[in-house]
Design a protein around this ligand. Structure first.
Ligand SMILES: C[S@@+](CC[C@H](N)C(=O)[O-])C[C@H]1O[C@@H](n2cnc3c(N)ncnc32)[C@H](O)[C@@H]1O
Length: 214
């Protein structure tokens, strides 16, 4: 449900970002190796070009099972490998072997953001791209920011997700050669009927979309 809701809302933005950043490969019909970190049940399959060889890393066995089923709905996706593991240790993937890393709504979930970014940078080849889309801490010191800070510890504990991640600062700290992203507050997600979903749809509105190049 989460993936469907998120893709319904962000699908066009994801498609545009991924299409733009992979255009150098699609224009030349050149093979590229794409790593989807924290791939969930394959939320990004719909946006990948046919010339991509895809590796997914996902720690949750139920998500991996759903991913293996969902990929059948995308015959053009060449799924090379699904790794049951964590982004903090991607030792199954050689350094400099990946053209593009995609991670959407993942930095909020990992235990160690710094180590995750170090691994993302390690596996990318020089000039390789890290495409990200994250819900992040509100930049403004307003009620939303305070609500995120208050809720984040319990959110982390119950939903395994942090609300107060400053993804831009973390990515800047990882030392990519360049980084270009956009921060914005997305509109309310859906017609919302429960107290939880009302809160969820508010506290996850600040987003960061972008690309960092190694
Ligand atoms: C909010 S979901 C996002 C899934 C998908 N990327 C999307 O855009 O819908 C976060 C995903 O990260 C995975 N995850 C959690 N901790 C992780 C870690 N340390 N390394 C890699 N993935 C992790 C979760 O199992 C889950 O599938």
């Amino acid at each position: 449900m989460y993936t469907d809701l998120v893709n319904k809302h962000f699908g066009n933005m994801k498609r545009q970002l991924i299409e733009k950043e992979l255009s150098e490969f699609t224009a030349n019909n050149q093979e590229c190796v794409v790593l989807d970190v924290g791939a969930g049940k394959g939320a990004n399959f719909a946006y990948l070009p046919p010339n991509a060889s895809v590796i997914c890393i996902e720690p949750d066995p139920l998500m991996r099972q759903a991913l293996q089923t969902n990929v059948l709905g995308y015959p053009r996706v060449k799924l090379e490998k699904v790794i049951g593991g964590f982004a903090e240790d991607m030792s199954e993937i050689d350094s400099g072997s990946v053209d593009v890393v995609i991670a959407t709504h993942v930095l909020c979930s990992v235990d160690d953001i710094k180590q995750t970014l170090k691994e993302i940078k390690r596996v990318l080849r020089k000039g390789g791209k890290y495409i990200y889309m994250e819900h992040v801490a509100a930049r403004e010191s307003n009620w939303l920011h305070y609500l995120q800070c208050i809720l984040s510890p319990v959110w982390r504990w119950v939903l395994i997700c942090r609300l107060d991640v400053d993804a831009r600062q973390h990515i800047e700290g990882a030392g990519f050669a360049s980084q270009k992203d956009e921060y914005f507050i997305v509109g309310q997600l859906e017609p919302i009927f429960s107290m939880f979903t009302i809160i969820w749809s508010h506290v996850t509105r600040p987003h960061l979309f972008g690309v960092a190049i190694k």
